[in-house]
Write a protein that binds this ligand. Structure first.
Ligand code: ARG
Length: 421
């Protein structure tokens, strides 16, 4: 056990456990090219006297100039620099499930960072195995959710892998890392100027730290990149139409397209109208509350449309039960337990319900809001002849009287019993 306050060293040189050091000769580092992982690339080679191969996954983050990331890693001494395009797998196997589960944590966060972590862990474990590497390193701190998600996933997938989390283990601060980068002549990492900690993928962008740590303060404008401030959005609304098949959007307006393209296009469209800005205080896995800013324009529109269509195609009883399943699913994903069998169990139900979620939803994007303005589906349970107040109505209103007698019976008895005591 290392106690940060006594161990903190400016030059990031620590007394490593010699046994652990001897056992590690090659490390697979999950590498984004940001400050933490750039420090770790050099640091692990120095401190563990081990070879490091880096591993970078494209899950749709815009700044992914992945060739540059690879070149930089090789310049910094990486034995191999693996770059994997996982956008399609991320969209089709992870985002699609989240759409069907109306995936929101605490009713606000579309789980954009959270759902990428199990995929990244799975791909890393597969690579480690195929390259004969027995240790995986990540750059997460000891306060966040991502450490839990990576390590819980890796443990489930292959418990013989050693995980190194040096930023957590040695409580590396931003100041210490910046000094190290300078001392070791590490090329300036992409995010070293930013006051924020940012994570981005196809499904959204998460921003934390800096001024945002004061939950009473409005986020400054430089926080936003995907969503325009409402003051700058068009003065005319724009309509979008989404066509769903088995719970997943397959067409945007008149054009059929794959989920990756659809999300990218919708991110631009909805972001332009100020849709998808989320400012929330959430409960982290490790017990503390944190203030988070998310920009999730496509997720906001798609989740809203999906939920509406699902409700339209499901019975009242299904509609009251499904949110319970969805909420549990979102909690499991947020809390890093994507590989727990319960997730599969829940997904079996979620898939079944979504078989009928097909049809069309029209939304109006305007000044920061996405409003559903129309829906249609061959599987819709709406019946015009039952609902209409016109003469052709087929609903027998005279049956309602007897229905109300019976429906209100327990309430009437219970209420009067309470009144009498
Ligand atoms: N709080 C969010 C989550 O746990 C976002 C985490 C963002 N990660 C980051 N390195 N900035 O999913």
């Amino acid at each position: 056990m290392h106690y940060a306050t006594t161990e903190k060293k400016e030059n990031l040189i620590f007394d490593l456990d010699p046994e652990k050091k001897d056992n590690i000769d090659h490390v697979l580092l999950m590498y984004s090219g940001g400050l933490d992982t750039s420090v770790l690339l050099t640091w692990i080679q120095d401190q563990y006297e081990a070879e490091v191969s880096t591993f970078t996954i494209d899950v749709g983050q815009r700044e992914a100039h992945l060739d540059q990331v690879r070149d930089k890693a090789l310049k910094l001494g990486a034995k191999n620099a693996f770059v994997v395009d996982a956008k399609d797998e991320f969209a089709e196997d992870y985002i699609a499930k989240s759409i069907k589960a109306n995936g929101l944590y605490q009713d606000s966060y579309p789980l954009s960072t959270a759902i990428a972590r199990p995929l990244m862990s799975k791909i890393a474990v597969d690579y480690a195995k195929s390259e004969g590497i027995s240790a995986i390193a990540h750059g997460s701190t000891g306060k966040g959710n991502d450490q839990v998600r990576f390590e819980a996933s890796i443990r489930a997938l292959n418990d013989s892998i050693t995980v190194l989390a040096p930023v957590r283990e040695w409580d590396m601060s931003r100041e210490m890392e910046l000094a190290y980068v300078e001392e070791k002549n590490i090329p300036i990492p992409v995010d070293s100027e930013s006051p924020y900690s940012i994570d981005e993928n196809l499904w959204g962008r998460s921003v934390e730290c800096g001024i945002l740590e004061d939950p009473a303060e409005e986020p400054p404008e430089n926080v936003h990149e995907l969503v325009s401030p409402v003051e700058e959005t068009p003065d005319e609304p724009e309509y979008v139409e989404l066509e769903f098949k088995k719970g997943v959007p397959i067409q945007l307006n008149d054009e059929e397209m794959g989920l990756v393209d659809l999300i990218k296009k919708l991110t631009a469209l909805a972001g332009k109208h100020g849709v998808g800005m989320i400012d929330t205080v959430e409960d982290r896995i490790v017990g503390l509350k944190s203030r988070e800013i998310y920009e999730c324009p496509a997720a906001t529109v798609i989740l809203k449309a999906h939920e509406e269509l699902e409700k339209y195609c499901s019975t009242r009883h299904e509609n009251s039960f499904k949110p319970l399943v969805d909420q549990k699913w979102a909690e499991m994903i947020y809390q890093g337990l994507a590989f727990d069998p319960l997730v599969n169990d829940l997904e079996a139900y979620i898939e079944k319900v979504n078989e009928k979620v097909e049809g069309n939803v029209r939304l109006k994007l305007f000044k920061g809001s996405a409003t559903v303005v129309g829906r249609s589906s061959e599987n819709g349970l709406y019946s015009h002849s039952l609902a209409t107040y016109d003469e052709e109505s087929t609903f027998d209103q005279s049956s309602s009287e007897g229905f109300i007698d019976i429906w209100s019976l327990p309430t009437k008895v219970g209420f009067n019993r309470e009144k009498s005591v």
